[in-house]
Design a protein around this ligand. Structure first.
Ligand SMILES: Nc1ncnc2c1ncn2[C@@H]1O[C@H](COP(=O)(O)OP(=O)(O)OP(=O)(O)O)[C@@H](O)[C@H]1O
Ligand SMILES: [Mg+2]
Length: 303
C-alpha cells in the first residue's frame, strides 16, 4: 500500500487536462482500494466544482487563512476519495499565503495513500510550490507543440526547486500529426507514464459534472486513466533525497524563495515560453493562448 504519496499534477499550459487527469486518476486509485485526497491548488481560477457535483461551503482559502481546519474542507466524492476545493471568489485570493500550503499538505500525508495536487496553469509561486512540496511531479501535456514547450518549462522549474519529475501523461493523444507519445516523452527527457486518447465521452461526462471514470467506465479514456492509476499503485514512490533544502516547510521565507525561483527561471531561459529575448516576468509566462491547431514539431520523412 502506498503511504501518503504526494503527486503534483502539473503542466504550465492551460486547458491540457490537469484537472481532468487528477480527478479521474483519483477515482481510479480509489476504485483500486487506495485512499485519495485531491487538493485543488488553482487558487485564482478554481473550477474543480464544475467537474463534480458538490457545493463546498469551506475551501482551501479558508484553510490557508487559518479560519477552518483542513479536515473540515475535505468533501467525500466517492468511497475513499476526498476533495479539498479552492474558493471561486477571486476576492478571497488576496487573503491567502501560498507558503502556508506546506503544513496543509504535510497534514494530509499520513491520512491518505495518495494526495493529488491539481495545479494551476502558468508559472507563479502558486504553481511552483507544489512541484517542490510533492514527492513526485506528473506532467500533463497534449501532444501539441505549445503544450510540450510549456511542459518542458515545468520540468525545468521542477528540477530547479529540487522536485522529482515522475514522467509525463499525454492527454488528448492520437489526434493530428503528432509523433507517438514515447517519442515526445523522449524529447522531454522523461518517462512516459501513460496516454489518454481524445475522447468525446470526457466532455459529455464533464457536462454532467461527473468524472468520465464514473460516467462511462467502459470508455477508452476511463480505461487509460485506470491504466495510469494501476501503474502508480504498482510503482514505488521515489525515495527521499537528502538534498532537500531549496524550499523549507512553509513560512514567509519560502514564499520569497519561490518568487526568486520564478524570476531566476525566467531570466535563465528568456526564450523558453514567450519567444522573447527580454527576461520574462512570471505572469508573462502564463499560457492563456489558444491551442495550436496541428502538430509541426517533428516533421516526418517525406513531409
Ligand atoms: N481526453 C480528453 N478528450 C476530450 N476532451 C478532454 C480530454 N481531456 C480533457 N478534455 C477537456 O478539456 C478541457 C480542459 O480540461 P481541464 O480543465 O482538465 O484542463 P486543465 O489543464 O486543468 O486546465 P487549466 O489549466 O485551466 O486548469 C475540459 O473541457 C475537458 O473536458
Ligand atoms: Mg485545471
Amino acid at each position: 500500500m502506498a503511504d501518503g504519496r504526494v503527486i503534483a499534477v502539473a503542466g504550465a499550459k492551460g486547458g491540457v487536462g490537469k484537472t481532468t487527469t487528477a480527478i479521474n486518476i483519483g477515482v481510479a486509485l480509489a476504485e483500486a482500494g487506495e485512499t485519495v485526497a485531491i487538493v485543488e491548488l488553482d487558487l485564482a481560477m478554481a473550477n474543480i466544482i464544475d467537474f463534480l457535483q458538490f457545493e463546498p461551503e469551506r475551501t482551501l482559502h479558508d484553510v490557508l487563512s487559518g479560519t477552518v481546519p483542513t479536515t473540515e474542507a475535505l468533501y467525500p466524492i466517492e468511497e475513499r476519495l476526498h476533495v479539498l476545493p479552492a474558493g471561486t471568489e477571486l476576492a478571497e485570493f488576496n487573503a491567502i499565503n501560498v507558503a502556508a500550503l506546506a503544513p496543509v499538505i504535510r497534514s494530509l500525508r499520513p491520512a491518505y495513500d495518495f494526495v493529488l495536487l491539481d495545479t494551476a496553469a502558468g508559472v507563479s509561486p502558486e504553481t511552483i510550490y507544489p512541484l517542490r512540496l510533492a514527492d513526485e511531479v506528473m506532467i500533463v501535456s497534449t501532444p501539441r507543440v505549445a503544450s510540450i514547450r510549456d511542459a518542458k518549462k515545468t520540468i525545468e522549474l521542477a528540477h530547479r526547486v529540487n522536485g522529482e519529475v515522475a514522467g509525463v501523461v499525454f492527454n488528448r493523444a492520437g489526434t493530428g500529426r503528432a509523433p507517438p507519445p514515447e517519442r515526445l516523452a523522449g524529447f522531454l527527457e522523461t518517462d512516459l507514464i501513460g496516454a489518454i486518447p481524445e475522447d468525446e465521452t470526457v466532455a459529455a461526462a464533464q457536462d454532467m459534472s461527473r468524472p468520465v471514470t464514473l460516467f462511462d467506465p467502459d470508455s477508452d479514456a476511463a480505461a487509460a486513466f485506470h491504466e495510469i492509476a494501476d501503474t502508480l499503485v504498482l510503482s514505488d514512490a521515489p525515495s527521499d533525497d537528502e538534498d532537500d533544502n531549496v524550499l523549507g516547510t512553509g513560512g514567509f521565507s519560502d514564499l520569497q524563495n519561490a518568487e526568486e525561483i520564478v524570476k531566476s527561471a525566467a531570466e535563465a531561459d528568456p526564450d523558453g515560453m514567450g519567444g522573447t529575448t527580454k527576461p520574462l516576468e512570471a505572469d508573462e509566462l502564463s499560457t492563456g493562448d489558444p491551442d495550436d491547431n496541428g502538430f509541426e514539431f517533428v516533421k516526418r520523412k517525406g513531409e
